[in-house]
Design a protein around this ligand. Structure first.
Ligand code: PLP
Length: 380
């Protein structure tokens, strides 16, 4: 049943010997030189010129006002939530179809996630579904949004730009402004993606990125928090630097801080990788075109660019007609060395989040049942 499709995928990656990985990082001699030079400078840890320079490079590339580089994308989300003043017993709206980091970061603050459905085209949080939940379950009280049954405050909302597709962020921002809810964009998968010319993660007051090994560019492990407010970014820098009071020799701290700073060594590699982002994006766009051609005359759909957006095509995805067909494809592909995987299990199906508040999730469930990510390296 899948012979032609599998042969097509194999031929697109015909320069790969053996297993075709889902997503492999790509390094060149410049990356190696950047790391070696940083090691020789001896500034490999949490202080150094590469960190400051990388934060500046990120501002330039994304158009944000200020960026704070951190150890990974999960720490970036945690920091973002703390800067949005999210704490114990608050509620944070997010999507059930997301990587676990989004949900875990909410829990780190002592808050509880509320899981809402995604849109069919972007696979990101649905503004209409959020609106419905707010209107049915919440009320404004003292100028803040309160969940009626639990009496908890709905403090923040984290949409995720799934597989690099930018969700309908403007509609969501307008809605959340009405309800006085802070939006944090989880743009971990969306470096290089944009909607109407604006970079993912820079629409809301706070956005987050990841530079993990499987992302569009990587520095081993790393993340960043993007801000509109320079003042808020300075506070985030302080919080992720153990809340150390700046002083030439004295060692004092003014709150419970975190050791979340990105080391200079990672920043050196991150800067070098960022210079190759456009190169990677072009290669990924080409790969997406080839997949789109391959899928054109089949009963299956390649997940594409939602209108008004440019996706980085981080991970390509096929939608099958039902779960049985998906499982048969996963089995067949992995058996012939084509590394493929299903979408994440819905958070609401995992033991830690089964009891969480949730709205109906028909689209999330349908996507989870039918989607498969296929090999998507920029330069295999
Ligand atoms: C990768 C990713 C993160 C962050 O991951 P780290 O491995 O901690 O850098 C967060 N959210 C989503 C949706 C991701 O895909």
């Amino acid at each position: 049943m899948f012979e032609t499709l599998l042969a097509g995928i194999r031929s697109i990656h015909d320069h790969v010997d053996g297993q075709i990985p889902l997503h492999a990082p790509w390094f060149d001699a410049d990356d190696e030189a950047a790391v070696v030079e940083c090691v020789r400078s001896s500034f490999v840890s949490s202080v150094g010129p590469e960190i400051v320079a990388f934060e500046r490079d990120l501002c330039e590339r994304t158009g944000c006002s200020a960026a704070v580089a951190v150890v990974n994308g999960t720490a970036a989300l945690h920091t973002a939530l703390l800067m949005a003043d999210v704490g114990t017993n608050d509620l944070v709206i997010t999507q059930a179809l997301t990587f676990i980091a989004t949900c875990n970061a909410i829990r780190y603050t002592g808050a509880q996630p509320v899981f809402i459905d995604v849109d069919a085209d972007t696979l990101g949080l649905s503004p209409e579904a959020v609106k419905r939940w707010l209107e049915e379950q919440c009320e404004m009280h003292d100028g803040k949004c309160r969940h009626r049954d639990t009496g908890r405050w709905v403090k923040a909302c984290i949409p995720m730009h799934t597989f690099g597709m930018v969700m309908r962020i403007t509609e969501l921002l307008n809605l959340c402004e009405e309800w006085r809810i802070t939006v944090i964009e989880d743009a971990a998968e969306a470096l290089g993606s944009s909607r109407n010319g604006r970079h993912a993660g820079t629409f809301a007051p706070i956005g987050t990125l990841s530079f993990n090994g499987n992302k569009v560019i990587t520095c081993g492990g790393g993340g960043a928090v993007l801000f509109k407010s320079i003042e808020l970014a300075a506070q985030a820098k302080h919080l992720t630097t153990q809340a150390k009071v700046p002083h030439p020799w004295s060692f004092a701290h003014d709150r419970t801080g975190y050791n979340y700073r990105m080391p200079n060594l990672n920043a050196a590699l991150a800067r070098s990788q960022l210079r190759k982002l456009d190169h990677n994006l072009a290669a990924k766009r080409e790969l997406h075109h080839r997949y789109s051609h391959l899928l054109a005359s089949t009963p299956w759909t390649l997940v594409g660019d939602p209108s008004g957006t440019i996706s980085n095509h981080w991970l390509n995805a096929i939608l099958f007609r039902d779960r049985e067909e998906r499982d048969a494809f996963l089995e067949a592909a992995n058996n012939v060395g084509i590394q493929c995987r299903p979408a994440w299990e819905l958070a609401t199906d995992l033991p830690m989040y089964q009891q969480a508040l949730q709205a109906p999730l028909p689209m999330s469930r349908s996507i989870q049942d039918r989607l498969v990510n296929i090999p998507s390296s920029a330069h295999p």
